[in-house]
Design a protein around this ligand. Structure first.
Ligand code: IPD
Ligand code: CA
Ligand code: CA
Length: 267
């Protein structure tokens, strides 16, 4: 195993176990609003500190981008760890047991290793570039679709960008005619991993941040998914707008996105 994946897993398990444990004593969870409909808790921050500590112990020179701490430039700017210590904070603060820890390592701009950990059901999703994706060490493969008939698609609502809600729900409406159903689970990282595991057939969301998707994206791609932005290009890490499925699934989803989305989304 890639040594950095080893450290990523160690860090994700430490943080995940801390988060899961904290749900046993909800009085100690303090939540503050950091943006429009956007919350952070002391547990997000504690989990992030545990991850950063674990990375720094083995790789003191690497750079780190973490959701709550921002960019920490190290001596080595070629290697960058991208961390979401708690993806699914809104679920977490409500006691809904669906959230994850997401850690990816990018080397010279390419994601090399990734792990997403769901501490509530002890599921560990991992990937190494060129070596496939695993759930608890078992190989995962994306389901190959003919079209959207009978599919279940995961998505996230644009709750931080409500200016896009009209176009977004037009897209949903058009997709709903073709697919079987939707899931809005509340953790983008797990949505991408569930796609990799064949639990859902496609996923799209807009306005994501790099830490929401960096690890899930590699895991989905290594399981055979195609990942694009809303224009069918590869700029999703920049725009935050992402579509993922098998090749034909992406093609069908993009058609509805193009026909119903607004211009500002098309990147
Ligand atoms: C959020 C989750 C959610 C997605 C949001 C993200 P957070 O991350 O991934 O599923 O819809 O766009 O911001 O804030 O819980 O880390
Ligand atoms: Ca997130
Ligand atoms: Ca988060």
């Amino acid at each position: 195993m890639h040594p950095m994946l080893n450290i990523a897993i160690r860090a994700a398990r430490k943080a995940g176990n801390h988060i899961a444990k904290s749900l046993e004593n909800t009085d100690k969870i303090e939540s503050v609003q950091k943006g429009t409909n956007d919350f952070v808790t002391n547990i997000d921050k504690e989990a992030e500190a545990l991850i950063i500590d674990t990375i720094k112990n083995s790789y003191p020179d690497h750079s780190i981008v973490a959701e709550e701490s921002g960019l920490m430039e190290g001596k080595d700017s070629d290697v960058q760890w991208i961390i979401d210590p708690l993806d699914g904070t809104n679920n977490f603060v409500r006691g809904i047991p669906h959230f994850s820890v997401s850690i990816a390592v990018r080397i010279k701009g390419k994601t090399e290793v990734a792990c997403v950990y769901d501490p509530m059901i002890n599921e560990l999703f991992t990937a190494q570039r060129g070596a496939g994706a695993q759930l608890n060490n078992a190989r995962m493969r994306v389901k190959q679709l003919k079209d959207l008939q009978g599919t279940v698609l995961a998505t996230g609502f644009p709750f931080k960008q409500k200016q896009h809600s009209e176009s977004y729900f037009k897209i949903m409406s058009a997709l709903f005619v073709e697919c079987a159903d939707f899931r809005r689970t509340g953790s983008a990282a797990l949505d991408l991993c569930y796609l990799a595991a064949g639990r859902v057939d496609g996923y799209f969301e807009l306005g994501l941040k790099p830490w929401d998707m960096a690890a899930g994206e590699l895991i989905a791609r290594e399981a055979g998914a195609i990942v694009t932005d809303f224009a069918g290009g590869t700029d999703y890490m920049k725009s935050g707008n992402v579509v993922a499925s098998s090749a034909r699934g992406v093609k069908s989803m993009l058609k509805h996105i193009r026909e119903n989305g607004n211009e500002a989304m098309m990147k």
